[in-house]
Design a protein around this ligand. Structure first.
Ligand code: PRX
Length: 632
């Protein structure tokens, strides 16, 4: 596992100390002191943060912990949109820019808090006119346009549970998610636009709902002007048409702190993704607090997180966290390489972005393209730069720090998960940073690196990353699957097992190395090996498949598939292309194997389980470890 880890190298990693001014002006203040304050009275710590927000009814108790189930802010009532929108409109931010969107064609759309609230309320009333009520599930399958955020917020306004599906997912993946959550309505767009090309989302939606009996209505944001996509009366509705003739005002639904806010599917070690459920109260407090302190957001900041709301990063750090704080959020559909590799730096210059949050895979791609691209633009407005999704390797850290951060901006490498809802580990702004290390637990949470019995490993060694106590924005359940929920808390008794391997430095800094299970992180996205394998075996030519992750300089990991063909099929370049295409339309482009090798046999245990570990070791020329269970 971490046997080949060079502990000396870890301990020798040097620190980068940011300018003292950062610490002096940071919301968190002195990290150590704040952390100790949290430890001395965790309830008081969270209660103080929660009181910065607006509640319809205050809580009777901060938390209840009945292992492995937690509830937070008991009996409190709130609506998250009242905090993300109304609170600012009633206060000083009525005319502040909430959202700036930039399209590939240069078109810009700007929403003040007042305007965004108006749009959200009208669309919420539109959803109500379709019969959507509190507790109903609405699936959102949209490109990155303001309407995507409006749809999410409108659901939250009326207490409908949204399930956002990343628009890069294919038919089968979308169908499975719609059916599992029993979505009543699906909100989509006719097309998404990527690198100058229109991708017809509606075709995928139509195929995906073929076998989805719960879906009653489709709402479509129509971007294509000529000819406009036709709608089937009664069942298919125009996004803006739905907002016509409805009242302008839509009071926020009263939600219990523990009512579900959304479901978001994430890959697991089986073929079916897990519906991670987050609730209104704890999620709001956790994302509000971390957005404010980890990015140290100030009133004047212009904040850009390059994720898509189809992932948890977008939910927490494009939509709910930043809006709860009252920030100005920039979003765009523009990819980092279109029309040229300078596109993002140009946007930073034009928009005067001050806080920038992206992924290691993007940083490594930019490294490869060379410094001349960022150097063409004045990106001096940047103040804080962040990273998320996979380990930020020291080389990428140093490049990001020097070339983008101009050896001045603190880097917040944030470790967290769909399940945690909020950031858990980072190096808080102002604290010394160590390349390769995400940092320490954010005040409010307790983490450790332990062995399989749950015993903390000595400093300087590796083990499993765990969270020791419940936190406000933790997942409350895996939708309709309690056993999968319990596994998080029962794998290592008493604590939450994240499924990641990590090393604890002597100074307590944590280096996250990668997954300990059958999940591959490709360009920061979770891909379950079982999901790709089942997509492959759903192809008529495939009898069996095994999938592994191989280290990749840009993507972190690349997918390699080993395939056994059914009798009568022959390996060929054409078949490889067919299989890749098959995975693309079934799951989506992110899950397409980089390489497919045809084999006659796969290493299995005597009980018939594929030993991916053995395949991987062979592929990488490493020792496969214990192979006593291998079936000869
Ligand atoms: O393996 C860790 C990796 O991403 C996983 C969580 O993926 P997901 O639920 O899709 O959420 C991604 C965005 C929060 C983790 O188990 N990961 C995430 N951030 C980091 C990371 N690995 C190392 N360093 C990080 N900063």
């Amino acid at each position: 596992m971490t046997d080949n880890f060079d502990v000396k190298l870890v301990e020798n990693a040097k620190y980068y100390t940011p300018d003292a001014e950062y610490k002096r002006t940071s919301w968190i203040g002195d990290y150590q002191k704040t952390y100790e304050k949290f430890l001395s009275d965790p309830d008081a710590f969270w209660s103080k943060i929660a009181r910065e927000l607006e509640w319809i009814r205050p809580w009777d108790q901060i938390r209840e912990w009945k292992y492995p189930y937690a509830r937070w802010f008991l009996n409190a009532q709130l609506n998250i949109t009242a905090n993300c929108l109304d609170r600012h409109v009633a206060g000083d931010r009525r005319n502040k820019v909430a959202l700036i969107w930039r399209g590939e064609d240069g078109k810009e759309r700007v929403y003040s808090y007042q305007r965004l609230l108006g749009e959200v309320m009208r669309f919420a009333n539109g959803l109500k006119s379709l019969g959507v009520k509190k507790g109903d599930c609405v699936c959102i399958y949209m490109p990155m346009v303001p309407e995507q955020l409006i749809a999410m917020l409108a659901c939250a306004r009326i207490g409908a549970v949204h399930s956002v599906v990343f628009a890069g997912f294919g038919t089968t993946a979308l169908n499975m998610r719609i059916n599992d959550a029993e979505a009543k309505v699906i909100i989509t767009a006719d097309i998404s636009i990527r690198r100058g090309k229109a991708i017809p989302l509606i075709t995928i939606v139509k195929e995906a709902i073929d076998n989805a009996p719960s879906v009653e209505h489709i709402v479509m944001y129509r971007r294509r002007k000529e000819p406009p996509v036709e709608l089937r009366p009664g069942r298919e509705h125009d996004f803006y048409g739905l907002m016509e003739g409805v009242p302008a005002d839509c009071p926020a639904e009263v939600m219990d702190a523990e009512d579900p806010l959304f479901i978001l599917y994430t890959s697991g070690s089986t073929g079916t993704p897990k519906g991670v459920v987050h609730t209104c109260g704890g999620y709001m407090v956790g994302t509000y607090y971390t957005t404010k302190t980890v990015f140290d957001l100030k009133e004047r900041d212009i904040y850009w997180c390059t994720a898509d709301p189809g992932w948890i990063t977008g939910h927490s750090y494009i939509v709910y966290g930043p809006l709860a704080v009252g920030a100005t959020v920039f979003i765009t559909e523009i990819t980092p390489d279109y029309p040229d590799p300078g596109s993002w730096w140009k946007l930073i210059e034009e928009q005067q972005i001050s806080v920038f949050y992206t992924a290691p895979t993007a940083i490594r791609t930019f490294m490869k393209l060379g410094e001349e691209w960022p150097d063409r633009y004045n990106i001096g407005s940047l103040r804080i730069i962040g990273s998320v999704g996979e380990p930020l390797n020291p080389e990428a850290f140093e490049w990001y720090y020097r070339v983008i951060g101009k050896s001045r901006c603190p880097i917040v490498d944030t470790w967290w998960q769909t399940e945690t809802g909020m950031q858990i580990i980072t190096t808080m702004v102002g604290e010394p940073m160590r390349p390769g290390f995400a940092g320490k637990a954010i005040p409010g949470v307790e983490v450790d690196v332990v062995n399989k019995d749950g015993k903390p490993v000595p400093p300087g060694s590796g083990g499993f990353l765990v969270i020791k106590k419940p936190w406000p924005s933790m997942l409350r359940m895996v939708y309709k699957n309690d056993e999968r929920y319990r596994t998080y808390w029962e794998t290592i008794k008493g604590c939450y097992t994240a499924g990641d391997l990590a090393v604890k430095g002597k100074d307590g800094y944590i280096m996250v190395i990668g997954r300990a299970d059958d999940i591959i992180i490709v360009s920061g996205h979770n891909i379950g090996t079982a999901e790709v394998e089942s997509a492959l075996v759903s192809h008529h030519a495939v009898a069996e498949a095994a999938v592994i992750g191989k280290p990749d300089a840009i993507k972190g990991n690349a997918i390699k598939a080993f395939v056994i063909l059914r009798l009568g099929n022959k390996a060929s370049e054409k078949l490889t292309q067919d299989l890749m295409y098959h995975v693309r339309i079934t799951i989506g482009p992110i899950a397409v194997p980089h390489e497919i090798e045809y084999v006659d046999k796969l290493p299995k245990t005597r009980s018939g389980k594929i030993m991916r570990r053995v395949l991987k070791a062979k592929e990488l020329g490493m020792d496969p470890g214990d192979i006593s269970t291998l079936d000869e």
